[in-house]
Design a protein. Sequence first.
Length: 271
Amino acid sequence: MADSSSSPRDEEPAGLNTAVPQTARIWNYWLGGKDNFPVDRQVGDQILEAFPAIVENARASRAFLARAVRYLVGEAGIRQFLDIGTGLPTADNTHQVAQAVAPESRIVYVDNDPIVLVHARALLTSTPEGKTAYIDADLRDPDTILKEAAATLDLTQPVAIMLMGILGHIADDDEARSIVERLLSAVSSGSYLTMNDGTDTSEEVVEAARIWNQSANPTYHLRSPERVARFFDGLELVEPGVVSPPRWRPEPSPSGPPAAIDSYCGVGRKP
Ligand SMILES: C[S@@+](CC[C@H](N)C(=O)[O-])C[C@H]1O[C@@H](n2cnc3c(N)ncnc32)[C@H](O)[C@@H]1O
């Protein structure tokens, strides 16, 4: 299926578990996409009721991704991206943002959800000068990801590792940090970590995570902003540091600094 917008809402591609709500499909629902099923919309609506800001949260997270990629390509000179936990294709996918600035950019996408694999062709629309690839793999297996990514990316040159809304799916901080360290150990000096994850910064978001973890797969674990910041230990943080996504290098606005949401993000450079 080349175009994710062409699939009927409730069609069930073979091999997908449409009885259990899945993170990529619920996220797609909140972002206004069509690649989701009744079970996803049901839990998505339950969470919306407890935490109406989730839609704004999802949009602000995608807007941070676009600003971070523009910074990495335009100001930091990055031409290679490893985007793990890609999600379903949407507007402004990493390769579209990067290649709009530098058409020679190479992007490797990774996700382990079968529905993302079904729609992956929409992520492979590279410019002729650049390249995109998709790996069906689990973040918990960074060695496989690195081995397969090396077919597209030159790991002796800087790479931006993107972990957007995925580390919350790894409950244990030590496990999550050791995955991040393994990924960073395989890329050259001058590479970057870009991440964003939900934080336990309001009662509503804590309730939303409780509802999520009752029924959706995989479970999602909110961290404090301080625990999010620890993923950047040993890296040089790009200004303004670890902040809520709307506050990371926002476009200038006459109405002043944007309001924070219940997630934190940052961009760090490997020295
Ligand atoms: C909340 S979505 C975020 C999508 C996208 N990165 C964004 O920011 O819009 C999380 C994505 O991570 C993927 N994911 C969750 N756990 C994973 C794992 N262990 N390995 C690979 N992908 C995973 C899910 O399938 C889903 O597509």
